[in-house]
Design a protein around this ligand. Structure first.
Ligand code: NAD
Ligand code: 0WE
Length: 265
């Protein structure tokens, strides 16, 4: 029997078959969950519909999370379609391209607001919108990155947004605890997704990461999917407010291996 049998999961942030959201959706499907999908805009629909069909999802709804109306609408539709839901996955992040290079202090007021709105507030807003239809024993999950804790050159505004997202995860854990709903985040190592490939210098970063990580390997969307099954199923009952690293151990290293310094000489 699957670990998510009898659970309904709604996944936000599916763009294509490279998305972390797709790794999570496939793992949930494998474990017997009923799936609903939400995507950002019309441009993605032709990519997302066939993926939804692969996992037998008949709830496929557009939702731009910068709109309160669209969030309210998708929650209303989910209530009509499913009645109650068990799991919400938030796999969404966005900053203007100019905020992801150069000095952090060059971040504009509007750019700061946009990144915080799409990458952080949307998780809080989804939590609130779905709270009335979430079942006891359910879970909320978001995706973060280590640039929230330590400085990752050029991650800049997104690092600050991820720090706020991780703090939001802890505050939401407190809010939802009494309802028996857990709130956690996966902090993933670099993955070659649509969002990541839009970042200059990502290829080199992706390679250097694998060289520095204890396991000497990059991570996959399947790794994220399996960790998400743990965090959103009863396997992690009483685990809440956690930032769970899926990063080949990268975050435990204080510096590269000595031989990696020598290479540069
Ligand atoms: P992706 O491009 O596949 O997913 C990002 C998603 O955000 C897309 O589906 C996009 O449509 C959605 N989105 C952006 N603006 C939106 C809006 N206004 N409304 C609704 N949806 C919107 O890339 P990904 O790497 O799978 O990103 C998913 C999450 O994982 C992000 O939070 C990202 O920060 C995080 N993450 C990514 C990596 C990585 O290296 N790829 C590492 C750690 C964490
Ligand atoms: O969270 C992310 C990327 C998020 C992202 C990517 C883009 C590219 C296109 C947010 N907004 C945009 N806006 C765009 O216009 N990651 C964890 C991947 C990532 O991005 C980096 C990284 C890593 C890792 C940027 C700089 C340095 C490292």
């Amino acid at each position: 029997m699957g670990l998510m049998e009898g659970k309904t999961a709604l996944v936000f942030g599916l763009a294509n078959d490279k998305s972390i959201a797709w790794g999570i959706t496939q793992a949930f499907h494998r474990e017997g969950a009923k799936i609903g999908i939400s995507y950002a805009g019309e441009m993605l629909e032709k990519r997302v519909r066939p993926l939804a069909a692969e996992v037998g999802a008949d709830f496929v709804e557009q939702c731009d999370v910068s709109s309160d109306e669209q969030i309210a609408a998708v929650a209303e539709k989910a209530k009509k379609h499913f009645g109650q839901v068990d799991v919400i996955v938030h796999s969404i992040g966005f900053a203007n391209k100019d905020e992801l290079q150069g000095n952090f202090y060059d971040t504009s007021r509007a750019g700061f607001h946009l990144a915080m709105d799409i990458s952080v507030f949307s998780f809080v807003a989804l939590a609130k919108a779905f709270q009335p239809i979430m079942r006891r024993g359910g879970a909320l999950l978001t995706l973060t990155y280590y640039g929230s804790v330590k400085v990752a050159p050029n991650y800049n505004m997104m690092g600050v947004a991820k720090a706020a997202l991780e703090a939001s995860t802890r505050y939401l854990a407190r809010d939802f605890g009494p309802q028996g709903i857990r709130v956690n985040a996966i902090s993933a190592g670099p993955v070659r997704t649509l969002a990541a490939m839009g970042v200059s210098g990502f290829r080199d970063m992706h390679r250097n990461f694998a060289e520095m990580a204890p396991m000497r390997e990059n991570i996959t969307i399947e790794d994220c999917g399996n960790a998400a099954v743990y965090l959103c199923s009863d396997m992690s009952a009483h685990v809440t407010g956690e930032i769970h690293y899926v990063d080949s151990g990268f975050n435990v290293m204080a510096m590269p291996e000595p031989d990696q310094f020598k290479d540069k000489e």
